[in-house]
Write a protein that binds this ligand. Structure first.
Ligand SMILES: [Zn+2]
Ligand SMILES: [Zn+2]
Length: 270
């Protein structure tokens, strides 16, 4: 492998509705690849917390990752995390699950604009994406201001569908001020930004976010970046993480970050 300490800090087990494999299988795959660490981050969509049973599935995922941590030690470090979706759309749910489990890592994400379905379920037409993206970045800003998380997951998520699936051209320059404000708020609160490498193996073909945003995060004083494959099956564990580390290096960073007990652990890219 090109780098040491390769860590995949965003993977889903079958405790996520769209996850295929058990926590043990995900960890076994990571260990057999020789990864340094894996963080289990199952979905908790706060806006559907009770309706979709996340209050139970996340508690089960948490306990399973704790068991895996003991089982896989010292072959690989297994950390307990969560992908907390739409926290600001149900703050009670977000606080409830964060109180219930002693996570190592909290990833904050936004899969849908308040009142609309997930971005993957929407249909897109040229000329109709601007309002959606403005709302997306505005609601991302609210999420970052709320702040009870460690790293911001897959910023620019709608592009996976708008560009990757619908082939539309999106000029992110139009949202420069909004993106800068999000990045500045992360920096002020000492939060991390995630490079999500799922886009590299999908039609989109790029990381989420891409180089422009990574560079800007560094320029604005960002120090912590986490890397995640967003694997939903064992075969994708670790996918693209080394490419993500190379992108990070290209953007001027010399290190990446893994969260343990919600504290940043900075590791060199070497
Ligand atoms: Zn996500
Ligand atoms: Zn995810």
């Amino acid at each position: 492998m090109k780098y040491r300490h390769i860590s995949d800090c965003h993977v889903h087990s079958n405790y996520s509705p769209d996850g295929a494999d058990t926590v043990t299988m995900m960890c076994e795959r990571a260990a057999s690849l020789g990864l340094h660490a894996i963080t289990i981050t199952d979905h908790c969509e706060c806006n559907e917390y009770v309706k979709s049973g996340y209050q139970d599935s996340i508690r089960a995922s948490y306990l399973e990752s704790k068991r895996a941590s003991a089982l896989f030690h010292p072959r690989i470090q297994v950390y307990s995390g969560i992908e907390l979706g739409q926290a600001t759309q149900d703050l009670f749910a977000a606080e409830d699950i964060l109180d219930a489990c002693d996570f190592d890592f909290v990833l904050a994400s936004l899969h849908n604009i308040k009142g609309l379905p997930d971005f993957w379920e929407l249909e897109y037409k040229a000329g109709e994406t601007e309002v959606l993206l403005e709302q997306y970045f505005d609601q991302m800003q609210q999420l970052v201001e709320w702040g009870n998380f460690d790293s911001l997951a897959h910023l620019t998520y709608p592009l996976r569908y708008m560009v990757g699936e619908y082939g539309l051209e999106i000029d992110l320059g139009k949202y420069r001020e909004r993106i800068d404000t999000i990045l500045r708020t992360l920096v002020l609160q000492d939060k991390a930004l995630e490079i999500n490498t799922s886009g590299l193996r999908q039609k989109y073909g790029r990381s989420l976010p891409g180089m422009m945003v990574l560079r800007r995060f560094r320029e604005l004083g960002g120090r912590f970046v986490t890397l995640g494959s967003d694997a939903h099956r064992w075969a994708d564990v670790g996918a693209g993480i080394e490419d993500g580390m190379s992108l990070l290096k290209e953007a001027g960073f010399e290190s990446f970050t893994v969260f343990v007990k919600r504290e940043p652990k900075v590791l060199p890219i070497e």
